[in-house]
Design a binder for this molecule. Sequence first.
Ligand SMILES: Cc1cc2nc3c(=O)[nH]c(=O)nc-3n(C[C@H](O)[C@H](O)[C@H](O)COP(=O)(O)O)c2cc1C
Length: 351
Amino acid sequence: MAHWDSLYIYYISGTGNARLSSEWVAEEFRKNGLRASVHQIDRLENISMPAANEKPLIGFAFPTHGFNAAPIMLRFIAGFPRGYGKEVFLLNTRAGMKLSRIFMPGITGLALILPAFLLYLKGYRCIGFRPVDLPSNWIPLHPGLRTKVIESIITHWQPVVRKFAGKLISGKKVYRGLFSLPLDLLVSPIAAGYYIGGRFFLSKTFIANSNCYNCGICIKECPTASIILVNNRPYWKLTCESCMRCMNLCPRKAIEAAHGIAAGMIFLFSLANGWLLMTIAGKLGIAEGALWWKILTQFIGIGVMVAVATVVYLAVHYAMAFKPIRWLARFTSLTTIPGWRRYRYLKNKRQ
Ligand SMILES: Cc1cc2nc3c(=O)[nH]c(=O)nc-3n(C[C@H](O)[C@H](O)[C@H](O)COP(=O)(O)O)c2cc1C
């Protein structure tokens, strides 16, 4: 017998997949006469919480980023109050693809077990773990999928998500998301690296090209308020989570991933990091093979990478006032290639 009388789903969604999944689940609950509401957690502002007399089932839906839950969702869960009922579920959207007729899954990593653990520490029990492989939105890595493929993936997944909701409604527990645990644990070092450093590097790979006319949509819609105007051009702060909302919403396709600049950053990082480590090791007489030094160098490397990316990004940002630099940034970016689609399945402003 279920312990709850309503459903609250808290979601964050860069390009709409987690929102869509949340809505499917909520619809199933409503069909069964239960009160259900979905709440976006953008900027962690204006979020409704259940009333004191309610006993809700609480769901958290979010995209998988770097084999982990989207950082803003981890922050939300870490600050989530204790005592709203007992049971929760987790739904992570992943990078779904379709090769010929085969639906390809994404990889969860820590995206389910870490939030479940945080919630467990707060006295909640996770009764549903559901990965959902909706169309991949990682546009700097690959062009957006074709509309037909997107529709096919969505048609394939809608009943799966509704069935998941049905099971929860009938009091069953769903542990589907834990089946891939061995692989998920295997990629956990990458998840840690992404969380500690990789995501900050990625935040410094977005630029606005000369199609940008400062309409302000990206600034207004960014779920982490990470885009500001610097020198009258959009500038991505380190808090950007690369959720892809800006890039996909921009009406003029003016937002690019600057692959050429990123490659330059990696080159400079290798030089700076190599020089720094050699200098420290030489000055302090550290034996290069020492295990503690090998571990420490990883952390130093992450710090140097983020520092180099920040400085180069700022320099390039100002240099973009000059036409040759704008040209270079634009034409060394893969996302400018004609036919490099954005992911635009959901066109609503609020994702
Ligand atoms: C920066 C970034 C990192 C991602 N990392 C992963 C990942 O580790 N595993 C995965 O399956 N999908 C990954 N994806 C794909 C998204 O999780 C996937 O497209 C998701 O469905 C997007 O949901 P949304 O539309 O609600 O934002 C990543 C996407 C981005 C932009």
